[in-house]
Design a binder for this molecule. Sequence first.
Ligand code: SF4
Length: 312
Amino acid sequence: MKAVRGVTFDLYKGETLAIVGESGCGKSVTSQSIMRLIPNPPGKIVHGSILFRGNDLTKLKEPQMRNIRGADISMIFQDPMTALNPTITVGEQIIEGILQHESITRQEAKKKALEMLDLVGIPNPKERLKHHPHQFSGGMRQRIVIAMALVCQPEVLIADEPTTALDVTIQAQILDLFKDIQKKTGVSIILITHDLGVVAQVADRIAVMYAGKIVEAGSRREIFYNPQHPYTKGLLNSVPRLDLEGAELIPIGGTPPDLFSPPKGCPFTARCSYAMEVCDRVYPFKTYLSNEHHVDCWLQDERATKILASMK
Ligand code: SF4
């Protein structure tokens, strides 16, 4: 299965890039590829490069990657309970993480752990270091996971659906925490989510994924106020609007294509009410609508008719 097919994006210092799309579109495989966490076999990165500080991460040996993971690029997963070891105190888990990457004493590591728990808003951190994960609420556990991810001051934080397992009040607190931490540390964040409400609150730029490809990308303003890909428009139309009384939700009909045999043309063809003959036959070129805003859709490309004519 080709879960990710030619995805390309940049991540700038101190920004939050949100990667959005429905389940199975390749968001998580993209982030796991950056961390080189795709189990091989059966998965593999067939070609392309992932450039970080001048190194191509796809070419590094596993011990080099181990030094980067957690120290320079960190990851937060959806469910804080599975990310923490239930049998070890949170203090031990954070300290262990620090000692793996930094040559400092245990006492210095403990001091760092305390500072980090304080930064993520855990009250009474000195006492709380001695507690096990089950002694914390879901929101507090996610704060601890965030503390563990940030304790070595990574340059990049990848957060894969970090608020999905939390209720909305806690979700809002965690998103505020992300913004606060980014302001204090300057970390760049890749936020993987299917929740456009979350994206609207924290993202600087947005990449919309569909069937293993980025089909549209742009600034938050461009994607929310001037979406151009029919799939992006469909996603936005299917979000509940509390400001429009009686407004109906418009779901996107149909299902994504089978990525065991991905279509040759635009993968959205079968679900798109604007689909043309060319769409099914050739994958659209990337069309730039501004420096940041680009879209893969024949509707935006005047070459569509020429290409079709040349095929007849
Ligand atoms: Fe629809 Fe064609 Fe655009 Fe694909 S390329 S989104 S099928 S109009």
